[in-house]
Design a binder for this molecule. Sequence first.
Ligand code: SIN
Length: 509
Amino acid sequence: METLIIGCGIAGASAALRLSDDPSQHITIITRAPDPEDSNTSWAQGGIVTRGLDDNPSLLVEDIVRAGAGLSSRQAAYVLATEGPKLVQSVLVETCGVQFDRADDGELVYGLEAAHSRRRVVHKGDKTGAVITRQLLLTLQARPNITLLTDHTAVDLMVHDGHCVGATVLNRQTGEIEPVLAHHTILATGGVGQLFRNTTNPAGARGDGVAMAMRAGATISNAEYIQFHPTAMYINEHPFPLVSEAVRGEGAILLTPDGRRFMLDVDPEWKELAPRDVVARAIYSEMKLNGYEHVWLDIASQRSPDYIRERFPQLVENCAKAGIDPTCDPIPVVPAAHYFCGGISVDLWGQTSVAGLYAIGEVSCTGLHGANRLASTSLLEGLVWGDRAARDILTRDTYHLPRIIPPFTSDADPEFDIQQMMGFLQNLMWEHVGLMRDETGLRQAHQHIQWLRKQVEKQYRYSRPTDALIGLRNAAQVAGLITDAALQNQTSTGAHYRTDSVRERLHVS
Ligand code: SIN
């Protein structure tokens, strides 16, 4: 049987690995990036949640539900908490050879992040995502029944008699669009951060999977819940480099330019380690009310230079590029779009509402993250649902594949400025569909997005799509989806905050 996997971060790679254990399966995994290591997974710094020393699955479930503002699915959280730690050991450590940080006595070192009641995040310095990605790719490239294609952008899903039978794919090297037929298709395309002016996400996080699934008729849920990370480094570089929450986990404090530790007032119990939505909104409010360009994150006054260099090498590298030394200077930080808590609705096996189509990782919505994701659960979610979707596919019967003729296209209008349109969309989303929303702003955004989508569709219909045009089309469609969901939901919960709503949640409990 043929399976097409779109995206090769931890979710796609974990699905490919499990499927490839069965030699009768053939797996094609595609990524639009020229380098397969260039995924959101690679950029993850903090680490991956597992079971800490004084921990158990029920404690993790409670933390997930509390951080998710009560909207998280307990069933999904339970699956994650029970299956996740075993897969970290069997897939990442034993099969792929990932070596997490250990103390001198050989015991794993567990990190702490916001809204976790226990230390339970295993890591490799602050380069965990990069190390996991490299080891996963090395392992899957050695499997004879996996074909990995880089520089290939999925254009649209192909649906025949209500069953997804693969996707049309743009080969970016030749410019040709080709159908890739598959009995099962897995979307593992990641998130939507690039729809916003300020983001921590790489170029591919532009909603491709969600948009393709919508066009194929799949159900989408919780689209209003965009998680903004509180601490992106405010420097002249886009996307802004992430400053991991683990830095606050190890004691860093947030200060206004005049030295006020504002989180003491916002959440006296959890302080800088309150859930992300609370901390991000507190920073944003300080900036808006007082006209600050950024706030400061100070680890230097809390930890020794040697500790900072050893625990956070990526942070030290990123800071050095901007002329900052975090072992003695505070770091300028702002909130930035980071994670899509909503996505393509799936069951506990990653199956969408379209037969033959699965969605896993950030592109999917199991309900796990509710209204605000708990830190460092995203890599684990990709690992667990990659494995689950593959196991489900292995139980399915073969579906007879039809013959597909590739679509005809002609050349694009050279006057159409894709980058300018994308910039316009990113500003619009940041200003009106960002950390604080209201009806007037959302309606304005809705109108502009409608206009933009018309322009893009006109261009798209008559031209040979490029990767950039495909991305803009998807981004505009998903921006419309998020804006409309935010308009409809008048209640502030978790990451969705309406300044014109009466109910709000500022504290953890
Ligand atoms: C971080 O290290 O702060 C990001 C990890 C995550 O998004 O869970």
